[in-house]
Design a protein around this ligand. Structure first.
Ligand code: SF4
Length: 388
């Protein structure tokens, strides 16, 4: 008896996944795979109850074609400044096939964002066959030749196994930036959080991306080693990044939502979360140990205590260190005002404390919430969990 053939999956219309990096807020999202093929990182709640699957290349191309159709229609409606007549826009919406409505809205949003960049979803798109990725990139570039940047998330474990010539072919076809969740350079931390990758593999993958001529963003998670591994996490992460020299190092501080596997360990006291003060000391140690590289540090995540720790290495290193030191040298009461002000969105960085109106608002909130040395970290945790 011949083996049963799997029925081809029918096309169910344009799809988008749940997340993208903060820097891709204006990008068109094109979904190539669904969810995460690894799905075991203990801090990550994103795809927990969702099964991984590949989307047929033809379906992805159909998504691209549908968005292209609406981009063309909308471009004709827009004047030279991108403004559109509301009545005309409503007419197009009325005549849009309901099944194509998500693609229409994606096109509209992308037009508003300038049509410059595309982000390939979901969590590890490079897991598909390199020839399929080349085909998708080629199609994207044919439809949208003006696009400047095409980017994707990828796991180091996957990238490290791709042949150099395949990565290069993908780059030449259009994919020019990879976002990798490095999280930590410490093998102990990577094991603890079940990242499924070692420091060595992270370094190999990062170097391969650079060698292929792609831009590289590495995500680092301050606080991920908890109190116990904080120092090792800072030093080993800096050491890994010193060997990679990524274009961007992006900070995204640990938060532990209830849906994350780590939450149970945290509740049971098996994982001791760093206080903001400890995380600040960890970031300081991390920054002090970044040497010999030219990466751009970005702190573009709402969970970060210092959104102003940003700059290009090595020139801005001293300034970034000074920001963290300024916080660490404040008296405890002022530190608490900053922590709360930051978490309610009144401050984005230390310098915002010089604005009397903002300072008053943060102080008032501290009074209302009856913030003390004992409860400040519990309250900031609650506030942070609104964003994860
Ligand atoms: S690889 Fe990324 S998406 Fe997948 S579980 Fe880990 S952090 Fe989450």
């Amino acid at each position: 008896m011949s083996p049963k053939r799997k029925k081809p999956e029918p096309y169910k219309g344009f799809e988008q996944g749940p997340i993208r990096p903060p820097s891709e807020a204006y990008s068109l999202l094109i979904r190539v795979t669904r969810n995460c093929p690894w799905n075991r990182c203990t801090f990550c709640p994103v795809y927990k109850r969702s099964k991984f699957s590949l989307r047929p290349v033809e379906h992805v191309k159909q998504d691209i074609d549908t968005v292209h159709k609406y981009v063309e229609i909308l471009r004709q409606l827009a004047d030279e400044f991108g403004r559109m007549d509301r009545a005309e826009l409503s007419k197009v919406m009325e005549h849009t096939d309901p099944g194509e409505s998500p693609a229409f809205h994606a096109a509209l949003q992308w037009l508003g964002g300038g049509l410059k960049s595309v982000f390939i979803q979901d969590a590890n798109s490079l897991i598909i066959k390199p020839s399929d990725m080349v085909e998708i990139m080629t199609h994207l570039k044919q439809r949208f030749p003006w696009v400047e940047r095409i980017t994707s998330y990828a796991r180091s474990h996957t990238v490290a196994r791709i042949k150099d010539e395949d990565l290069k072919a993908i780059r030449e076809a259009g994919l020019n930036r990879i976002h990798i969740g490095l999280e930590s350079g410490s093998d102990k931390v990577l094991k603890l959080i079940k990242k499924g990758v070692t420091k060595e593999t992270h370094i190999k993958a990062g170097q391969k991306v650079k060698k292929a001529g792609m831009e590289l963003s590495e995500y680092v998670m301050p606080g991920l080693g908890g109190k116990q591994l904080s120092k090792e996490h800072a030093l080993e992460t800096a050491d890994a990044l010193n060997q990679i020299n990524a274009d961007f190092i992006r900070l995204r501080t640990l938060a532990i939502p209830r849906r994350a596997a780590m939450y149970e360990d945290y509740q049971a006291g098996r994982f001791e979360k760093c206080t903001d003060l400890m995380t600040a000391k960890e970031i300081l140690l991390f920054l002090e140990n970044l040497n010999g590289i030219t990466s751009m540090i970005k702190s573009d995540h709402i969970l970060n205590l210092f959104q102003d720790v940003e700059g290009k290495l090595p020139d801005d290193k001293a300034d970034m260190i000074n920001i963290v030191k300024t916080f660490l040298n404040m008296d405890p009461e002022r530190q608490r005002v900053y922590q709360i002000g930051r978490r309610i969105g009144v401050f984005s960085g230390i310098r915002d404390m010089e604005d009397p109106a903002r300072l008053r608002r943060a102080e008032k909130t501290c009074d209302e919430l009856q913030i003390t040395e004992e409860n400040v970290d519990a309250v900031t945790d609650e506030l942070m969990n609104r964003f994860v």
